[in-house]
Ligand binder design. Structure first.
Ligand code: ACO
Length: 368
């Protein structure tokens, strides 16, 4: 029996606070015209102090579960793709698992920069197709505003915060994710990196003074790389699906720069109308950009059952990848689930577990 992995739910969450190009022009030596011309970006959403990759990711995941009408206890796997995790560990996916009450799920983070969501989608698909699991949530969640040097005009204009999530469910019905491409080229790792804070360069007063905890990027090189791989990966993934480019209804690319998407469209000889673009509103939300664009496309009625869609991304690593999907939509389900109640239960369950751990500590003794 071959199981197919269908996208049956989708959700997003973006912080309320908006930073326009004009706002940025008050902070660094830039202007609205330059940013629009070179990137297409007009605004980006910035997380409030109490928001984090986990809080945005959990919100997106709950919304995706609502669309799928899937109970949190029926989720077997949560993969959170992020380059701005809540902590190095525990995984942001584990924090989300606790918040949404997915009591039967394994949860882990995946780091492949902006390509991460594509890789995560593919990993969840393989787990479903292999029969190990039935239902997964794949999340892309970022708060890159916390890793950007707000004095560096070459990077701070690009990024925004947000999260998006898909529910993937197994079924014998053909469809869902039908082909994938995953690639990396570690020799280009230095083109887009965050040098300090890992085991190679732990945080010290000097690394902080040197600004090594901020994103560093060679924009021109990344631009060249991106325009090359977007078209190549799209062509390859369509070919692997046994389809022609003309069969594709929609391409949902990573939202980094309008000029990169435009170059990919020209390379593929496809009209821009086939590409979903919403970077003008959110900037580059890294691994969250593809699911956020998908949610907006779905809400605008641009995704129809049986549409053939290519998702394609690139990013630091270097990494790039694509998947071809036959769009499904939610599976028919019996009774609507009360997600507000599930949320409350998840909070109470989490609190009780902490309390039991505390009481056990008192009874059996605490060490350390
Ligand atoms: N405002 C005004 N001028 C600026 C700004 C700014 N914000 N930033 C740079 N400039 C200046 C530069 O100093 C330079 O001036 P100079 O000619 O006097 O030296 C001039 O503008 C041109 O700079 P370039 O870097 O050549 O500009 P370019 O057209 O390449 O655009 C950009 C820069 C937008 C960063 C582009 O290279 C790009 O989008 N690259 C890809 C970046 C990307 O997608 N990164 C994310 C990858 S995904 C991930 O993993 C997170």
């Amino acid at each position: 029996m071959t199981l197919y992995a269908h996208i049956t739910g989708w959700g997003m969450s973006a912080p309320e606070k908006v930073l326009t190009n004009d706002d940025l022009a008050q902070m660094v030596d830039t202007n609205d015209e330059w940013i629009r011309d070179r990137t297409g970006i007009e605004r980006r959403h910035i997380a409030a102090p109490e928001e984090s990759s986990a809080s945005l990711g959990a919100e997106a995941a709950i919304r995706a579960l609502k669309v799928a009408n899937l109970h949190p206890r029926d989720v077997d796997l949560i993969i959170c793709s992020t380059s701005s995790p809540q902590h190095i560990f525990p995984a942001t996916a584990s924090v989300i698992q606790d918040r949404i009450g997915a009591i039967n799920a394994g949860a882990f983070d995946l780091l492949a920069a902006c390509t991460g969501f594509i890789f995560a989608m593919n990993m969840a698909t393989q787990a479903i197709r292999g029969g190990a699991i039935r239902n997964a949530i794949v999340i892309g969640a970022e708060t890159l505003s916390r890793l950007v040097d707000w004095n560096d005009r070459t990077t701070c204009i690009l990024f925004g915060d947000g999260a998006g999530a898909f529910v993937l469910q197994g079924s014998d019905e053909p469809g869902g994710v039908i082909s994938s491409v995953m690639r990396s080229d570690g020799s280009g790792g230095d083109l887009l990196c965050l040098p300090a804070g890992g085991s190679a360069m732990p945080a010290t007063p000097q690394t902080i003074a040197d600004g090594l905890h901020y994103i560093q990027m060679n924009g021109r090189e990344v631009f060249r790389f991106a325009t090359r791989v977007m078209a190549n990966a799209s062509r390859e993934v369509v070919d692997r699906a046994g389809l022609q480019l003309e069969d594709i209804d929609l391409i949902i690319p990573h939202q980094a720069n309008l000029r990169i998407i435009d170059a990919a469209a020209r390379g593929l000889k496809l009209p821009m109308e086939k590409f979903i673009v919403n970077l003008q509103e959110y900037g580059n939300t890294s691994t969250a950009s593809i699911p956020i664009a998908t949610v907006e496309a779905a809400e605008a009625g641009r995704l129809r059952r049986d549409d053939k869609i290519v998702f394609v991304g690139f990013g630091g690593g270097l990494t790039w990848g694509a998947v071809t999907v036959i769009w499904t939509g939610p599976f028919p389900s019996a009774k609507p689930i009360n997600f507000q109640q599930q949320r409350r239960l998840a909070r109470i369950r989490s609190w009780l577990r902490r309390l039991v751990r505390f009481l056990e500590g008192l009874i059996w003794g605490r060490r350390g």
